[in-house]
Ligand binder design. Sequence first.
Ligand SMILES: Cc1ncc(COP(=O)(O)O)c(C=O)c1O
Length: 480
Amino acid sequence: MNETIVSKTSEYFKKKGIILPKISELCDPHLISEDILKRLKNIDKDAIDPLNLFRVHWFNNRNHSDISKIPEHIVLTNEFTGVEAKIIVNIGRLFPLITAHKVLAAYGCLLPRILNGDFDYTKHKAVWPSTGNYCRGGVAISKILGLKSVAILPEGMSKERFDWLEKWVEDPKDIVKTPGTESNVKEIYDACNELKKDPNNDIINQFSEYYNYAIHRAVTGPSLEKTFLEIKKDTNLKPRFYVSASGSSGTLAAGDYLKDALGTLTAVVEALECPTLLKNGYGEHNIQGIGDKHVPLIHNVMNTDFVVDISDKATDNLNLVFNSQVGREYLIKSLGLESSLVKKLPEFGFSSIANILASIKLAKYMNLGKEDAILTVATDGADLYLSELEKTKNNFQGVFDNNACANIYEKYLKNIDTENMLELSQNDKERIFNLGYYTWVEQQGVSLSDFEKRKDQRFWLNHYKHMISLDDRVEEFNKL
Ligand SMILES: Cc1ncc(COP(=O)(O)O)c(C=O)c1O
């Protein structure tokens, strides 16, 4: 620990009125002091105000006026999904600053650097490599703390991501665009390795930062547990699965918490067009935020139970149905869905739809009944993909009508098959684990022993325990 930098940073933060939230407060915001909660009411959720750190949790209510008793969520039932099991989706769009939960991962990765004095605000720049949402989260957290930052992301990501970044960075040069799209993570690493040559660039790589794993196990996991326990109340509802699409695999870590707390199995979702986990495959796809042609270092593969692949044709087309007038009319008038549910469907971005479809596949494959529940998350909402709607619509050559919507809903949701998924045997887990060797040991220089110790569950548990132990240090830092 570099005490000189810690006290310098603490002085700097004090002048800016910055208080750091504890992990326990993000896990259960009802522990946040009344004074802070009261002050937050007068601050816009997207304002460049450090108090917004106290909104980096799953409990923001829909109009951000208060915290909810349990995280905001949507329960999808048989009328919509065609399966008996209940699919419970926690809503990530309500996180502040970037309308996606990746801002939590950014805080989780930066916090230890501040507490240890590894990050010197007078010299260092926080470099946030990602496919879009994590780097926005990183830029947002850096900015409200008065720290310099750089976003790295592929040039082919959605326009909405770039529009946001342009407003938030100090200098357009702080947006580094790498070649390709979603699955070109190797190119992101190349850009990181280039920037790393300058010792003042602190690369906070979500794909290999164990704090990204640990913050989700410590915060996202318990938040989903709270939602489930409230819904379950006085019923026989059984928690069966946690489903999460993987980009960095941070969000997936909630599954390790839920497996211990509720006994769920964990399913990882990827794009069928880039079936890396399913069949060591590669390819391009449009489920933005996930599936990056590699196995992230922080993916606890040996504790993952299923791989489920979803086509981007399904997510693109359902996104169009959920977010168009014709689609909404079809869902309400022809399908008979409650308009209150249809109004909420824009809370699901591409990867959220993928999580829901994967949950439906699992429910079919496992023959789940009405007393079974599947827990999942909606990382972001459809507002981040509005520019994609026209592109999908163009495929219909002007006849996107009630029939087209019915075909999409039937084909991609209601009648989705159970192909392209795998219940992982020990051999399958080892195959996926071993695949990571080529990225991490051969390409990125991780030592073999550091790579292999990830097979042991105690390794992951220790990272989680370390994360929750930071609370004492946060308290000390705030008091300095
Ligand atoms: C929209 C979206 N969905 C899913 C993910 C995957 O989350 P994770 O990186 O925690 O695996 C991301 C990651 O950036 C994302 O932006």
